[in-house]
Write a protein that binds this ligand. Structure first.
Ligand SMILES: [Ca+2]
Ligand SMILES: [Ca+2]
Ligand SMILES: [Ca+2]
Length: 374
């Protein structure tokens, strides 16, 4: 328990055990956080992620087909990009998915396109800690007109028997939008729990365009909507890791599970922001390589996020940051060593000996020629 938690406990009345720490999060807001994916991009980690039902539940990746104005989550090994989840209908045309739909959406959602059986589209909510599921609301309408319907459902998986939250429900083509509410709540959520929303083609896959949103409500410790992710940094640079919680929280960053303090480390780097959403470590070296996570705390307790691994590269010879390591980088460093401009703001002490001089240029020449980092 850190000093903030102690302070919080001291300030709260004795009835704080019954504190209600409510929050909710939807697939639409997760899309807004992540934005349209680039082709081939893997999903950024988040509270909600998007998967296909087959092949061991592979995550969807960024796809973009002809006529598709923005990226979507899809399965590139399919002959065309299904199943997928794409941009919601929007007044901004460049955010719309392929306009196969035959009626304007009646609410703001994502367009889900389940594939040929048995490939279903899965939207999976993964909280980062123990909590209680108090609500799940699905909104769905079928905007295609060729297939008669699609089927949506939701379950809670916690390692034991699967619990039905919303039974499989037919969403008829061009029928009014349905709002489906989970029954049997509240239910406990362990660290292993997942809420799985499934969109199935209902037997006919043709132009199933399901405008969909799903929102969970929980009580308990805060959940990271965007947890820390794997990060790389150049030696001597500033590495940053960040987190976005779904609700108000205090922050305790940890290195390998051990809480961090602001200030210098024994090996010379300097930690800042250890109690904020953004952790920064300046002057990093390979001694800083570790798993970093953050404990989010509110009146309903602490919850640890997923961890991101910080990799510190041996050296970073691409001084002009054009993606190539070549003679231009040597020319760049010669200019900087001579007192000239340093537009990429790179540390010119390439051999890390504390001096900026000709030896750094020679060390870079070696690396450009295929030699090892100094
Ligand atoms: Ca269908
Ligand atoms: Ca370069
Ligand atoms: Ca040097």
């Amino acid at each position: 328990m850190n000093s903030r938690t102690l302070l919080l406990c001291a300030l709260l009345p004795a009835s704080s055990a019954a504190a209600q720490c409510n929050y909710s999060h939807s697939i639409l807001s997760q899309w807004d956080l992540a934005g349209a994916p680039a082709v081939g991009a893997s999903q950024p980690m988040g509270a909600w992620t998007f998967w296909r039902s087959d092949l061991g539940r592979q995550p969807l990746v960024g796809v973009q087909g002809s006529g598709v104005p923005v990226g979507a989550w899809g399965a590139p090994d399919q002959s065309f990009f299904v199943p997928l989840l794409g941009a919601r209908y929007s007044p901004s045309a460049d955010r719309n998915q392929v306009p196969f739909y035959h009626r304007p959406p009646s609410f703001e959602g994502l367009l889900a396109h389940p594939g040929y059986s048995p490939i279903d589209l899965l939207c999976i909510f993964t909280p980062s800690g123990n909590s209680e599921l108090t609500g799940l609301t699905l909104r769905a309408e079928h905007l295609g007109q060729i297939s008669p319907n699609a089927v949506v459902s939701a379950v809670l998986e916690s390692g034991g028997p699967t619990i039905t939250l919303v039974p499989p429900t037919s969403i008829a083509a061009l029928a009014p939008a349905q709002t489906l509410t989970a029954t049997g709540l509240p239910l406990p959520m362990t660290v292993a729990s997942r809420v799985v929303v499934r969109v199935n083609n209902g037997g006919s896959p043709f132009e199933d365009w399901v405008n969909l949103d799903a929102s969970v409500s929980l009580i308990g410790p805060p959940v990271a909507v965007v947890p820390p992710v794997d990060t790389t940094a150049c030696p001597g640079s500033v590495a940053t890791l960040s987190v976005l919680p779904a609700s108000g929280a205090t922050f305790t960053w940890r290195r390998g599970g051990v809480p961090l303090s602001n200030g210098p480390t024994p090996w010379g780097s300097v930690v800042a922001g250890a109690d904020t959403p953004v952790l920064s470590i300046s002057g990093v070296s390979d001694a800083d390589e570790a798993l970093y996570d953050v404990v989010l705390t509110n009146a309903c307790g602490p919850g640890a996020t997923a961890a991101g691994f910080l990799t510190v590269l041996a050296c970073c010879p691409d001084f002009n940051e054009d993606g190539n390591v070549d003679q231009d980088d040597v020319g760049y460093l010669i200019t900087v060593v001579a007192g000239g401009e340093n537009p990429t703001n790179r540390d010119p002490d390439f051999n890390r000996d504390g001096n900026v001089d000709q030896d750094d240029v020679l060390a870079l020449v070696d690396v450009v020629a295929g030699g090892p980092c100094p």
